[in-house]
Write a protein that binds this ligand. Sequence first.
Ligand SMILES: [Zn+2]
Length: 426
Amino acid sequence: MAAITLVRFILLALLSVLGYCQIQTPPTNVTSGFVRHPILGETQITWYYSGDYVVYDGDVVYGTIADFTRDLINVTYTNNNENNTSVYRREFSPQKRSNSIFQGTSGIWPAGQINYRYADSTTESLFSTFVQQAIAEWEGNVPCLKWNQKPTGSDTAGGVSTTTIQYAPGQGYCAASIGFSSGGDAMLLDNGCGRAEILHEWGHILGLYHEHKRPDANGFLQFVCQNLQDYPFGFTPAVADATCCGASACCGFACQFTPQFGTYYNQLGPANGGAFDFDSVMLYRRDAFAAPGKFTLTNGPNSYQNPQHLSPGDIARVQQLYGCIAPTCPNGCNPLSNTCSFPTAQDCIYPSPNIPNPRAACACRAGYKAAAADDDTTKHWRLPAPEGSFRVWVAEGVPCDTLCDFPWGVNSCQEVTELGAECLHT
Ligand SMILES: [Zn+2]
């Protein structure tokens, strides 16, 4: 017994040094099935239990067991071969991605302020160095985010949603919730969860999903289902290939690699959130969940350590998610070659004609806006003009025919993003 404990200790020590995967010890009691996920909708996932929590997608905290039970629709697979008769998967139409929660939703930490606390002094002494290193890397690269540490222990302040960081000895992996939750977030850490792993878990807390789950992943990543450590899932290889590794079904660890179609926000902005990012901290390494000596993501990142630092894509994605990038001034219009949309916004005029180098824009009738997202400043916007900021301006060729939420007076159309005074001039 002592020898086994010693071996385990040495293994854990080695894993700590190597900074092993988010998954260090394969979870047992692996179950697949459909849930009615509050963000993703009806979706097939694989989950396991950790204390009071349910974890899915490898290292994502779903919520408490009660949260999970509320959302569970049906079980399609268990690794002890019960209930394995109804393996199927919903078909979603592929969309381009952003592999994150939606901008401007309740999953975004309000004002970019991320509150956190350690559940107890043991957790703090074990992990605070790594947690602080990971926070420093996020804050240094995304300065509009701010982490606020709350007193260690249970929430005595009350009413402040925090991420509670908790030591989960024997869990075998690191895990975290996705995005802000008014009920508080959880980050569950075991030995071996170091700076790089916690960088990834903060990515989840901020609202990022896994890079290998994005809808276009199949076009970039090579996933070999047959190299999973639980393949063939208790079936014959033929049955496993058809029901667990196929295009329309998954089970066991395979579900953690099936792209998540149709549920991702098609973000505004450059390139739908960016090209597939092989350098993202949100991408599993190539031996994730693989049988010994094999690779599951054969062209994925290094197999000996997780991605160590935020990629430019990770940084840009979170900046966009949290609105850290100031909107750039739209081009406006050219009064000499007016191509403003007739007849709803046909006038190309200067919102502030008396300043140097004024910038022209297509003027809406007061009380109207474009048929676009209110924060889509490529289509319409407001300005702090001398007449006030009630009027909406549209890009050339964009009709202005949608009544504002409140269309009268100086407070009309406030839902449309107001740009800064620098956009009044060129
Ligand atoms: Zn993860």
